[in-house]
Write a protein that binds this ligand. Structure first.
Ligand code: NAD
Length: 302
């Protein structure tokens, strides 16, 4: 099997490639990444066997040269910072949507499966717990980033292709392409370097869905292995936690200060997302957010 990964050198992609490279059934991993976020470390540290790399932007990439070569596509490339997306809303939506449009055209032409990395942020604030029995939930995005995910999902659904949309919770955990601007990783970084934890005041006691990187990678692997491309949508969340619970856990390892800050994010309510659908398909969650915290702090603190 040959897989194409867009945005493969980012936080999720670098962990995914490191995992897939050891899978005997995967014969080749083709990566398109324009290194827009400069995570060359992800590439340098990887075993290069089975790897073909295009240092290109998917918006300009000639996908025709990969026709009849690839068996499935994992589309991760995007502008990914939800908080910063307020400063460049139209750009984020245009960039992410146009990138996905090109990937979808390629998938359709080649009649192959697509895994799309969406986000639980599409739910925004909700009063009900979100699970597979609660399908009537209205999406309520709270940032241009979340808006772009909804538009990309709609585009994918409208094209009658083979797809699996995976709505990932906020990722925690280490990879060579690690990012530090999502909650758990950011707090661990700040704690380790004696900076006050920048906590969004209105989110402190609100529950949010988090996904351990271990579960994220395993769930993508699971979808590929089971060929779950029958126009399916999964919520993928390890645990729903309050920020105060994450902060309390960090306090067990490090003395910290908190700096309460405002955010442009509109969301003021708790929301919980359960992953019963993918569990019913046989997927087992093995990650633990508190385990990720321990590992990150152990490796970050001098
Ligand atoms: N990390 C999270 O908490 C999280 C949660 C839910 C969903 N997601 C989604 O999962 C996907 C991967 O997330 P991540 O955390 O690894 O992101 P990331 O920002 O760490 O990685 C994205 C990668 O894509 C590359 N890239 C961006 N635009 C590109 C383009 N036009 N052409 C080629 N390469 C491009 C970047 O260089 C980077 O290596 C994204 O779509 C993101 O929205 C992430």
């Amino acid at each position: 099997m040959k897989v194409l990964i867009t945005g493969g050198f980012g936080h999720i992609g670098s962990a995914l490639i490191a995992d897939l490279i050891n899978n005997k059934k995967i014969k080749e991993i083709i990566v398109i990444d324009n290194f827009i976020t400069n995570r060359f470390n992800s590439y340098i540290n990887l075993k290069k066997k089975k790897l073909t790399v295009f240092d290109e932007d998917i918006l300009n990439f000639n996908f025709n040269k990969l026709n009849n070569i690839v068996d499935c596509v994992i589309h991760l490339a995007a502008i990914t910072n939800a908080e910063k997306s307020f400063e460049q809303g139209a750009k984020v939506i245009r960039y992410n949507l146009n990138g996905t449009r090109k990937v979808v055209e390629f998938v359709k032409k080649n009649n192959i499966g697509l895994i799309f990395a969406s986000s639980t942020s599409v739910y925004g604030s909700q009063f009900k717990i979100i699970n597979s029995k609660n399908n009537l939930v209205c999406l309520n995005p709270q940032s241009p980033y979340a808006n772009s995910k909804i538009l990309e999902e709609e585009l994918i659904k409208s094209k009658l292709i083979k797809y699996c949309i995976m709505r990932f919770g906020t990722i925690s955990g280490f990879s060579d392409g690690i990012r530090f601007h999502t909650a758990v990783n950011k707090f661990c970084y700040q704690a380790a370097f004696n900076k006050p934890l920048s906590v969004w005041t209105k989110f402190y006691r609100k529950k949010r869905p988090y996904l351990s990187l271990v579960d994220c990678v395993n769930s993508i692997h699971f979808v590929i292995k089971k060929k779950l491309f029958n126009q399916i949508l999964f919520d993928v969340v390890t645990e729903n936690l309050k920020v105060i619970e994450i902060v309390s856990e960090i306090k067990k390892y490090k003395k910290i200060k908190i700096n309460y800050v405002q955010t442009k994010m509109l969301n003021q309510f708790s929301y919980e997302v359960h992953s019963d659908k993918i569990i019913n398909y046989g997927f087992k969650f093995r990650g633990k957010i508190f385990k990720d915290i321990k590992y990150l702090l152990k490796n970050l603190i001098c």
